[in-house]
Design a protein around this ligand. Structure first.
Ligand SMILES: CC(=O)N[C@H](C=O)[C@@H](O)[C@H](O)[C@H](O)COP(=O)(O)O
Length: 223
């Protein structure tokens, strides 16, 4: 199932150190997002994806994060993780589409294999326009601004808010659905992304991470 144009996609992820970690909480979160009008879900790991698949028919962007000190790429680095996520019920496989070193084959080949061997759509997380062009040329269905500010090359772009400039540049140059993701932490920013031509917007922390939301409130009252 594809992501409808104009959809708000809610990213339901909680790391191991988060009290909401695990499929029970993440599937409840996804149901809450659906009840609130979400048009898609982004989720990490086989267990969470399978649990969310069991409770919703919304399109799921599945990723598998693997941290390995030897490689900077941690979002679905190889085919093995992509296959697990596909089997767990994701409609779309999300991956790091930067050319940085990864534990696996080059990203262009990985994108091709996901489409050909798994029959899944590919959601390419990029940090630059150049990476977006390459991911599109390699066959990615969606190109998203997810990694802007999170790679060495783009560290200085990790502003308080999202990278709207990259969004506009991708929309202007790439004939594919462009998705806005990363630091969209208020409804007016989501609206601005759509005004700039985004196909969909993914929001995570601001909706599904009560620990961070609480921290933001506490920070604001720490005089
Ligand atoms: C850089 C990276 O690893 N981003 C991750 C990708 O899956 C998630 O940790 C983010 O929460 C997600 O992209 C949504 O963004 P935000 O939480 O800012 O709305």
């Amino acid at each position: 199932m594809l992501i409808p144009k104009g959809a708000l996609v809610v990213s339901c992820q909680a790391r191991a150190d988060n009290p909401l970690h695990g499929p029970v909480h993440m599937s409840a979160m996804a149901q809450a997002a659906q009840a609130g009008g979400a048009g898609g879900i982004r989720a990490n790991g086989e267990a969470d994806v399978a649990a969310i698949r069991a409770v919703t028919r919304l399109p799921i962007i599945g990723i598998a994060k693997v941290w390995d000190d030897r490689f900077p790429v941690y979002i679905t680095p190889g085919f093995e993780q992509a296959a697990q996520i596909a089997k767990a019920g994701a409609d779309i496989v999300g991956l790091d589409a930067t050319p940085r070193p990864r534990d696996g084959e080059p990203v262009e080949r990985l994108i091709g294999r996901i489409r050909a061997e798994l029959g899944k759509e590919v959601f390419a997380d990029v940090a630059t326009l150049e990476e977006g062009r390459a991911a599109h040329a390699a066959g990615a269905t969606y190109v998203a601004t997810t990694l802007s500010g999170y790679t060495e090359e783009t560290a200085s772009r990790k502003t308080e808010g999202p990278d709207l400039e990259l969004l506009s540049a991708l929309v202007a140059e790439i004939p594919a659905p462009i998705v806005a993701e990363g630091r969209f932490d208020a409804p007016d920013l989501v609206a601005e992304a759509f005004r700039r031509g985004a196909h969909a917007v993914v929001v995570g922390t601001a909706i599904t991470n009560p620990r961070e939301i609480t921290r933001n409130f506490v920070r604001a009252i720490s005089f």
